[in-house]
Ligand binder design. Sequence first.
Ligand code: NAD
Length: 458
Amino acid sequence: MRVLVIGSGYVGLVAAACFAEAGHRVLGVDVDPAKVDALRRGHSPIYEPGLEDLLQRHLAGGALAFSTDLRDGVADADAAFICVGTPQSEDGSADLRYVLQVAADLGSAMALRAADAPALIVVDKSTVPVGTAARVHAVLQARTERAFEVASNPEFLREGCALQDFFLPDRVVVGCRTEFAGTVMKALYQPFLDRARAQDPARGRWFQMDPPSAELTKYAANAMLALRISFINEMAALAESVGADIDSVSTAIGADHRIGPAFLNPGPGFGGSCFPKDLQALLKVGREYGHPMMTLATTVEANRHQKMVLVRKIREHFGCRPGQPAPLQGRRFALWGLAFKAHTDDIREAMALEVIEVLLTMGAEIAVHDFEAMPNVRARIGDRVRYADDPLAACDGADALLIATEWPAYRSADLEAAGARMRSRLIFDGRNLFRPEVLERSGWTYHSLGRRTGSPAC
Ligand code: NAD
């Protein structure tokens, strides 16, 4: 089949490369000429494991091409996927200007299709509020008499393992109004559904519904995951106070099949390009329709509090007093991890950046390390921190090591070597990478989330 993928970011690029891998012919489109130029040369503008290899293979094989102009692919496309950003507007709602612009561009380009061409399936893959498929439909209808249908196909991939998620989906959700649209969408996804089911019969499920239900499914999924994160973070804070161990608690509650083990690890609050903005958008929809989303409002508030968990522990450890000017003057911190999670270079809403800002205000000096995100951070905040070539180099002369991102290589880092380069053996770990009793035995003062410190577990 012929597929047009509009927007070549984290979602669009992965979708384009994976559709090509599944045997479809794909044109990826982006308005950014520098991005398209790099892509044509086989360079991925984002870091996603395995993506660049896949792009290069299908560029060379001719299944994948890139353009700045969607008109290059409209004439013979079976489906056009809209994968542009839907950032947060000032009032919290999803900003649909890019989605509606693409709809308008597609509508104008429809004249390039033969009058008797089958309906083009225009697919909202961007995360959009309920009712957007209808708006996209109206924009297209105002511009063309050629046949088209609008479908909603929310994306559930996770940055860092996006190829695996796309190739082996738990489920594919499609909202559409006609059998024809459903058939085209199913044909596009069949290779992925088959592959996922072959690995695990419980995966690769196909859910076809109306567009509003598909649109709401995406927000509901993100809201549920965010809620679990805030829930376990709250339990971790309580565990610390009452002398319980959150690892034992989350393992035990996760063994209940009604609950399950996923998303029960405490951390420094959720960030990234999706959860924060999607929760705000859902809250806005709730307000618009007269349904205050109380659990979600609390989740957002709890997460705002959680993002400062390491700062609170640092303040307490160093005895910083409220109102004290520059209480960390002369203190040096090493910070491991800048991206909002491991295996990505994405720093949108990353906790590390908020912590950096607060610590700099408190007079601290900071040396940072990340395996992929340092160029993005340098572009954002410049040389207000020192960028270290490797994790150990960040530790030179540090009073404490902070861990913000769960890159596996941090877990296996040589802590003895790190400690030898630091002024004191002190760690504030926002990802619970190490066992408290092991670190304490080797002379570290170790602050983590929701675990007992100072006494071995009995
Ligand atoms: P992104 O910012 O990485 O990419 C968007 C791309 O669209 C950019 O390259 C931009 O140049 C391009 N673009 C903007 N206007 C355009 C136009 N008129 N024509 C062509 N290209 C245009 O965004 P993303 O992270 O890929 O997210 C895209 C959508 O998918 C969002 O709605 C997001 O919420 C959703 N989503 C993201 C993820 C994720 O993990 N990043 C997961 C699921 C869903």
